[in-house]
Design a protein around this ligand. Structure first.
Ligand SMILES: [Zn+2]
Ligand SMILES: [Zn+2]
Ligand SMILES: [Zn+2]
Length: 371
């Protein structure tokens, strides 16, 4: 009996913060890549546009510690709805034109920018002169022109696979309907019965009871589910359930780190983790009622009785069962009918007349006294 101790929602994961990384934006006027925190283009002085899209630099760096805490405290800047100037999140009026910033647009945050990696990056060729430059360089060290960036590969955020699941469901539904249809047709053929009048030739009964005794039995379960009186034979740690929160005995399983846009020019580097929790699973011994014998009696009269064994103090009677057999004679044929209905059996006096429902395979499916 594997029992799940606790289940948590499937698909929920813990998002773990690893730190922050500075993003960059490309100037729409001159194509220069600028650090995310810069408010104006380092090349042409143009403003960071309202619909700025922050991207990951080719060479990524993780910021942690106190500096990361300061970055985390920042809120996305607000662009003035009137003049477009970027203002700190706390400002109420534009520092450039004095307009009310309630009308302003707060920069978007929360989008996944892409997978985070600090792996070494190859040199980038200058689009103007072709000479190689370090990935972090913003200007060509040969000709001085801005090094525009080719778009990075698509983010690593995996799309869930839901392909053709609905198609499978439709096929399954069609199959079930078809099978049910066949069963109905077959059932219709075999359920057809005909009535026959017969007389009881003989009747018999068989009774059976199970004798149980208290005996040690071996079982296994999670330690917290062990019943009172269990004698533990041995335990091992086993995977019990998946949790979205850290647990005392658990293996952390984390996905690829990725960067989430904070709207401040920085991105938070996070990782989605789940915790595979382990718990003690124990074999134990306990006294329990166990089947030790089966006693039967049979007779061909109309007074069925059960065996009546002498019980010792650690014994008891378990399940009881009686089966009655009535043999009919009808149109020169012999039909045997089995039932657990004692009152029906007691009416089956030899020579009495009964109506039998016989199916296409010659089996008696129902009997009733003929009056
Ligand atoms: Zn520029
Ligand atoms: Zn303004
Ligand atoms: Zn160049």
């Amino acid at each position: 009996m594997n029992k799940v101790i606790k289940k948590t929602g499937v698909g929920i994961v813990a998002r773990k913060s690893l730190g922050y990384t500075q993003l960059e934006w490309t100037c729409p006027r001159c194509g220069t890549r600028n650090p995310g925190a810069e408010k104006v283009c380092l090349s042409c002085g143009g403003p960071q546009p309202e619909d700025v899209k922050f991207e990951q630099p080719l060479e990524q760096e993780l910021i942690s510690g106190e500096e990361a805490q300061q970055i985390a405290a920042r809120k996305p800047d607000i662009h003035c709805g009137f003049c477009g100037t970027r203002n700190p999140a706390e400002a109420e009026t534009c520092r450039q034109c004095g307009a009310d910033l309630k009308e302003g647009v707060q920069r978007k945050a929360g989008e996944v920018v892409g997978a985070f990696s600090t792996a070494a990056v190859e040199d980038v060729a200058c689009p103007a002169c072709g000479s190689p430059n370090p990935a972090a360089a913003r200007y060509c060290r040969t000709c001085g022109s801005p090094l525009t960036k080719t778009p990075p590969p698509a983010p690593a955020a995996a799309a869930p696979k839901t392909r053709s699941r609905s198609a499978m469901l439709v096929i399954a539904a069609v199959l079930i309907v078809a099978i049910l249809g066949c069963l109905l047709v077959i059932g219709g053929v075999f359920n057809r019965t005909s009535e026959v009048v017969g007389t009881v030739e003989s009747a018999g009964w068989q009774t059976r009871l199970v004798l149980e005794a208290l005996q040690p039995v071996e079982r296994a379960d999670w330690r917290e589910n062990l019943p009172g009186g269990a004698q533990v034979l041995g335990c091992e740690y086993r995977f019990a359930f998946t949790s979205d929160e850290p647990q005392p005995v658990a293996t952390e399983v984390c996905g690829t780190p990725y960067t989430v846009d904070q709207g401040t020019g920085f991105g938070e580097v996070v990782q989605d983790c789940v915790y595979q929790v382990y718990a003690e699973y124990c074999r134990y011994s306990i006294l329990d009622w166990t089947e030790v014998d089966t006693l039967t009696l049979s007779g061909s009269d109309s007074n069925p009785v059960f065996p009546q064994p002498q019980l010792s103090s650690d014994q008891r009677i378990g399940s009881r069962q009686a089966v009655y057999q009535i043999v009919f004679r009808a149109d020169g044929e012999t039909y045997t009918y089995e039932t657990s209905d004692e009152s029906l059996f007691r009416q089956a006096q030899p020579g009495s007349r009964w109506i039998l429902d016989v199916n296409s395979r010659g089996r008696v499916v129902r009997v009733q006294p003929s009056r």
